[in-house]
Structure formats: structure tokens, C-alpha cells
Write a protein of this length. Structure first.
Length: 351
């Protein structure tokens, strides 16, 4: 498909959180995202989403927006976008998904799987955001009442003892057979006491912990993965690693139990599938998560995930975070996400 034959349109949309979304790194009230539309000579339009998380994505927000606007205006220069935009993974993801949508008829059905064709659901985790004890426990109860049997808690912003108490209070009511608990430290633990904290967390029958220490401490993370009684999943550690050789070196050195794949942060599906291939060769499992995209990006990631047949609960339950998301067929029910074919897309905010 010749890029010079495609008409482009770029629309910025500011997503508004329903509550103050807090991690150990930041507090979020709003999040900007961009919709890239590609229209061919037949009038068919594919839509992709370009979305970053400031402070986590490798892109600087101002440089990202400048580059994205340039790409939209000079699209014919980027047929080799996977290489020429190597430092802009979110733009690569947006282009890749817009092209997939265009190729499949502009219907927002990028993959012919049972997820889109037969409404087969994907198991997802229920995300519990940071806050005080009462706020976090109220979220846990809401998630369990909504049918989730896998809960992911953001930890590291509170005192560690408070984090432990919250998890203990869940375990007092629900065994590991009833509710699987994942925790995400977002790199909040210090090297001095990380292993001690992992030992204490492991006593609460947790599934895994994401990114216990800050990224870039490869030898230290490798040691934690070797000695921790709690399985470790790499998340931020993968960001900014582009070449096959560097990806292989990272996985072979650290040997984590899991990796977590966020296509917007890693450069799209092609880049993530490189990670998956290398992980399988090293007996490392994985799951996919959104990076707080609107429903355009979330739907694309969900559809791609459905093509991989990974049975683990995925991190795809973020569509309900916003008061002004794009209306879509994505529906969350009983701890699963599915593509409800009776629900239509409302694309007015993408135009």
C-alpha cells in the first residue's frame, strides 16, 4: 500500500479520568491521546491511536507531538516506519493499527478471531488504583462483586506495612484459589530492602509482582529474579529496548518469570511479537496490557491478544477509567472483556 496515496488526519483528544488515578510515580487527572486516520482512494478509513504516558514512555511529550504532526503531514516519507520511527514506539503502534484497520475494510475489526466474530471473551484482571486503605479496599470489593477473580493492586505509594495490611485483609476473606492477586510496584522498592519485601509479599500467596525495582538495574534485577520466592514480571524494563539482540540479551541475563507487553510503549504488535518469540525460547511467560489508551487502541490490543491464544488474565480492563472514552463494542462483564457486536462505534471524537 503506497503511503503517498493515503490521506491523513490527526485529531487530539483529552481523556478525563473518573477519579484521580494514582501510581507510585504520578497522579493522573487527564491524558492526551491522538487518533491517526488513514483514508485510501476508495474512501475507506483506518484509525490508529497514538498515546504516551509522560514519565514512562520513552518519548518526550512535546517532541512526540511535534513528530506526530510532522509524520501526519509527510506520511509518504514513512513507509519504513518501523525503522525510521524507532524512537517513537507510540507512533509506530498508531500507524501499524491504522494500516491494519484500513487493510481489513475500516470496520475496526483488525483480526478475524472468535473475539470479534463470535464474541468470545478474554479473561482480564481487575485494576485497583492507589489511594488510602478505605479507597483501595472499596475498589477490591467492587472488582470482586463484578466477577473478577484476578485482581491487580498498585503498591509502593503508601507505607509498605499499609500495603501489606490491605493485601492481608483481602486474603483473610479470599484464598488464592478464590482470588488471584498480582501487585505492581512500578519500580518503587529500593535495592536495600527489595528482597526482604518480596519475601514478605510471597507469604500472602500472590501470583507475581511487576517491576519491583527501577528499570536499568539489570544485574540487580537478575539477582532478584533468581532468589525471590515471588515470581517477578518485567514491565518498564522492556521500554526503550529495540533490537532483537538487546531484547535477547536482556531476557537471557535477567531470566524473569514473566514479561508484560504494552504495544504503545514497545512499538506495536510486530515489536511485541519479537519479545514473545524470545520469551518462549527462554521459558518465560507473558501477558499483554493496555497503556491507558482510549477504546480505539484498547480494542486493537484486545483483538491482537485474542489472536495469540494466551490463557492468562490480561491487563485490558482500563476502558472504564474515563468519562469521555470513545463508545465502542468493548464490554467488560464477569471479569472478562468481549466485543459486543450489538454495540456500535461512535467515532465523532476521532474526526
Amino acid at each position: 500500500m503506497k503511503f503517498s496515496k493515503l490521506k491523513t488526519q490527526l485529531v487530539k483528544h483529552t481523556l478525563e479520568f473518573k477519579f484521580l488515578a494514582k501510581t507510585s510515580r504520578d497522579e493522573l487527572k487527564t491524558k492526551d491521546t491522538w487518533f491517526l486516520s488513514l483514508t485510501d482512494t476508495k474512501g475507506i478509513t483506518g484509525i490508529g491511536e497514538c498515546s504516551i504516558i509522560p514519565g514512562l514512555s520513552i518519548e518526550n511529550p512535546e517532541a512526540f507531538e511535534r513528530k506526530l504532526r510532522y509524520v501526519a503531514e509527510h506520511f509518504s516519507e514513512y513507509e519504513n516506519y518501523h525503522e525510521s520511527l524507532i524512537k517513537f514506539p507510540a507512533i509506530r503502534f498508531g500507524i501499524e493499527t491504522a494500516l491494519l484497520d484500513l487493510k481489513t475494510g475500516g470496520k475496526r475489526e483488525l483480526f478475524s478471531t472468535d473475539f470479534t466474530l463470535k464474541q468470545k471473551p478474554l479473561s482480564i484482571n481487575g485494576l485497583v488504583w492507589m489511594g488510602d486503605r478505605a479507597f483501595m479496599l472499596s475498589q477490591v470489593k467492587e472488582k470482586i462483586a463484578a466477577g473478577f477473580n484476578c485482581i491487580k493492586l498498585k503498591i509502593g505509594a503508601l507505607d509498605f506495612e499499609q500495603d501489606l495490611e490491605i493485601i492481608k485483609s483481602i486474603r483473610n476473606e479470599y484464598s488464592a484459589n478464590d482470588i488471584e492477586i498480582r501487585v505492581d510496584a512500578n519500580g518503587a522498592f529500593s535495592l536495600d530492602d527489595a528482597l526482604e519485601k518480596l519475601v514478605r509479599l510471597s507469604e500472602l500467596d500472590l501470583h507475581s509482582i511487576e517491576q519491583p525495582i527501577k528499570q536499568g538495574q539489570v544485574d540487580e534485577m537478575a539477582a532478584l529474579c533468581m532468589f525471590s520466592p515471588l515470581d517477578i514480571a518485567l514491565d518498564e524494563e522492556l521500554i526503550g529496548i529495540h533490537s532483537i539482540e538487546k531484547k535477547r540479551e536482556l531476557l537471557e541475563t535477567i531470566q524473569p518469570q514473566y514479561i508484560i507487553l504494552k504495544p504503545s510503549l514497545l512499538g506495536g504488535f510486530k515489536a511485541c511479537e519479537e519479545w514473545i518469540s524470545l520469551a518462549k525460547k527462554n521459558d518465560i511467560n507473558y501477558w499483554n496490557t493496555s497503556a491507558l489508551e482510549a477504546n480505539i487502541g484498547l480494542s486493537a490490543i484486545s483483538q491482537w491478544t485474542s489472536s495469540l491464544n494466551n490463557p492468562l488474565p490480561q491487563g485490558l480492563g482500563t476502558g472504564g477509567l474515563y468519562s469521555n472514552n470513545i463508545d465502542s463494542p468493548l464490554t467488560v462483564k464477569n471479569g472478562e472483556i468481549y466485543h459486543d457486536r450489538s454495540q456500535d462505534w461512535d467515532l465523532k471524537d476521532t474526526k
